[in-house]
Design a protein around this ligand. Structure first.
Ligand code: THU
Length: 130
């Protein structure tokens, strides 16, 4: 399955009783494996998790840590970018040149690199003196 198909399929499983906004995410790692995640909301709203966070958790649980490509899909007028927190979460495992493709369910896409999505990212090099 392509990243698009994986993200589209897992999006159907999103648990979104509060926002009604389903998001699907798929990650391909440098090992060639694909991991999927959807948003999982909670009645205590801040405990909700984004689709990207779910895909990252599945990836790490699967023994992978090197992201090669990311795909995110939602039913939106324009491609939905990862939230700020998810940009930081992705940057833990994705280099600046990794492509993140955002898509709408009706076929619009926008691809940006991690460096474009999170310029000046805080990373481990900033703690070199710690
Ligand atoms: N959401 C994601 O899962 N990923 C994104 O990239 C944007 C937002 C979710 C969080 C919440 O469940 C719903 O979309 C509305 O914000």
């Amino acid at each position: 399955m392509s990243l698009l198909e994986t993200a589209r399929a897992v999006r159907e499983n999103a648990h979104v009783p509060y926002s009604r906004f389903k998001v699907g995410a798929a990650i391909r790692t440098t090992s060639g494996k694909v991991y999927a995640g959807c948003n999982v909301e909670n009645v205590a709203y801040p405990q909700s998790t984004c689709a990207e966070a779910g895909a990252i958790a599945a990836m790490v649980a699967g023994g992978d840590t090197q992201i090669a490509e990311v795909f995110v899909i939602a039913d939106s007028p324009a491609p939905v970018p990862p939230c700020g927190g998810c940009r930081q979460k992705l940057s833990e495992f994705a280099g600046g040149d990794v492509a993140v493709t955002m898509a709408t369910t009706d076929g619009k896409t926008l691809t940006m690199t991690m460096d474009q999505l999170l310029p000046g990212a805080f990373n481990a090099s900033h703690m070199a003196k710690a």
